[in-house]
Design a protein. Structure first.
Length: 365
């Protein structure tokens, strides 16, 4: 009896000890799991929401695409140019120095963009000032006309265009021009677009050489991009329509340096008649004709050549214009093959420099 009771007591003690042991092991495992949890959290990949919150709180101010920054800078500079022009009553036509060109770009860039901007160098290219600035280590070219009147803000690196876009452009430019006995040839420009003035310098000799064989005219696009154009365009349309014998001579003079006052006097334009044309609204009527045609043809930049109502592709030297225009005759005149016009491309902007490397596809648009 006593032995039975002792055996039962012994079994109860063993059961208690076993239960205590299991509890201790369970407690140990739980503590071990709690210790590992922070380590796992450290190595765990954050959820999309956590990633968004982290990026939002530590978002960098640096812009990834320097060309976006360049567009912003140049847009600001254009506005600033307009403010300066109108507040001072116009641009004098004086040629600015390289240092001034650099200062203009840097001052506005630094005041409008948070990114680090550095002036790298200033060169003379295509008859313009090329101001190279660096944004986040990326070099970007900014072009100014030498007189400081025009900022070329439509220049975009070719690398941003896809092959598909280039193909589309080529197909658009290759539209067949209809032929006629007397081609109607219209060159649409802006008075102060450097690429428009470049085209005029190549086009005028061809216009003069072909004379009455064509119905040729220089017209103006339906919008303005450079401040002086709103005052110069009325001058040019009035001379073209009311003193046509002076028009091309005036233009050739004007294309030297953009000095309208000097050229009006040198060419012998009747300034009283000119002023009347501007004051009585005739200038607006003449420009409205150009503007309507520009829109109807689908003109989207200066310069744009239109032959027989169709936008045509052409080089910008005099010989290139000659070949393009002569291909639009039903019967090609003998004069087309006997003329020897320049094959050198005029430089953009004012002045009569030439160069094989001068751009022939850029436009103000």
């Amino acid at each position: 009896m006593e032995e039975s009771e002792e055996r039962e007591n012994q079994e109860e003690k063993e059961e208690i000890n076993e239960e205590t042991k299991e509890n201790k092991e369970s407690e140990a495992k739980k503590e071990e799991k709690e210790e590992k949890k922070p380590e796992e959290e450290l190595g765990k990949e954050p959820s999309p929401k956590q990633v968004h919150e982290t990026h939002t709180s530590h978002k960098s101010n640096k812009t990834k695409n320097p060309w976006v920054v360049s567009t912003l800078i140049l847009g600001v500079v254009v506005v600033a140019f307009l403010v300066i022009v109108f507040s001072k009553g116009g641009i004098t036509g004086n040629v600015i120095s390289e240092n001034n060109a650099g200062e203009i770009v840097m001052d506005f860039a630094n005041s409008q963009v948070e990114e680090e901007v550095e002036l790298v160098e200033i060169n003379e290219r295509y008859g313009l000032y090329e101001v190279i600035i660096s944004i986040n280590g990326e070099n970007l070219p900014v072009y100014l006309s030498k007189d400081g009147k025009n900022l070329i803000h439509g220049v975009t690196p070719l690398s941003v265009f896809s092959d598909e876009a280039e193909t589309t452009t080529q197909e658009t430019q290759s539209t067949e021009v209809p032929k006629s006995d007397k081609p109607k040839v219209e060159l649409f420009v802006m008075t102060h677009c450097p690429f428009g003035t470049q085209a005029e310098k190549g086009f005028i000799p061809t216009l003069k050489a072909l004379g009455d064989l064509i119905d040729g005219k220089i017209r103006f696009v339906h919008y303005f991009m450079h401040a002086p154009e709103e005052t110069e365009t009325p001058i040019q349309v009035c001379i073209r329509e009311e003193q046509s014998d002076k028009y091309l001579d005036y233009l050739e003079c004007f294309l030297e340096d953009g000095n309208s006052s000097r050229c009006l006097e040198e060419v012998g334009v009747d300034e009283d008649k000119l002023q009347t044309c501007i004051d009585n609204g005739k200038a607006d009527e003449y420009y409205e004709v150009d503007s309507s045609l520009s829109e109807s043809y689908g003109v989207r930049g200066s310069p744009t050549l239109v032959i027989n109502g169709v936008i045509a592709s052409s080089g910008r030297n005099s010989d290139a214009y000659l070949q393009t225009i002569c291909s639009a005759f039903n019967t090609v005149p003998e004069k087309c093959s006997s003329l020897a016009l320049s094959t050198s491309n005029p430089n953009p902007g004012f002045g009569y420099g030439e160069g094989e490397t001068a751009p022939t596809s850029a436009s103000c648009s």
